[in-house]
Ligand binder design. Structure first.
Ligand SMILES: [Zn+2]
Length: 164
């Protein structure tokens, strides 16, 4: 997903947000493409506010924050993912979190971030990317390697057996 192409106004964002009743909030992920976006400092402010107030739009918080990257964001985002209780929203945050590390590498915290993704991520596809990356970094812990040998995903089982 390219971030640069999406330039929406704050007003449009608010208007859209007002139209969404809290009861409909779970569909917010599906409405991602239709959702107005803002970038830069306004996006940062919105993202932080969305997380603090537990708005459904916090699903996009990491993505929005990345348009105005600042030192310290890796830790901020890790905390957001750790605190998120909604499974679907967390899935979204975790995927974007990996992208943050790709765009703004921070080697000293990458393994920790990947392990968080492994523990908290709900899907095989994300887990496969995480295990692949951990193996490339030679950082797949032995207990995870053992667990992966019994993973539901054929690809993950093959990946770890090929390298053991
Ligand atoms: Zn996933």
């Amino acid at each position: 997903m390219t971030l640069v192409k999406k330039r929406w106004t704050v007003d449009a964002f608010r208007k859209k947000s007002e139209q969404q009743s809290p009861a409909k909030s779970p569909v917010v992920g599906k409405a991602a493409d239709a959702m107005p976006r803002i970038t830069g400092p306004q996006a940062r402010e919105f993202a932080i506010n969305a997380v603090q107030q537990a708005l459904p739009e916090r699903s996009f918080a990491v993505e929005m924050l990345m348009t105005d990257y600042q030192p310290g964001d890796h830790e901020l985002v890790l905390n957001w993912c750790r605190q998120e209780r909604d499974r679907e929203l967390r899935h979204h945050l975790l995927r974007d979190m990996r992208q943050l590390w790709e765009l703004h590498p921070q080697p000293e915290t990458e393994v920790q971030m990947l392990l968080e993704c492994y523990e908290r991520g709900p899907c095989c596809s994300c887990r496969e990317s995480v295990v692949d990356r951990l193996m490339k970094l030679s950082a797949l812990p032995e207990n995870l390697r053992a667990e992966c040998a019994f993973d539901a995903s054929d690809d993950i089982r093959e990946m770890v057996s090929a390298q053991s």
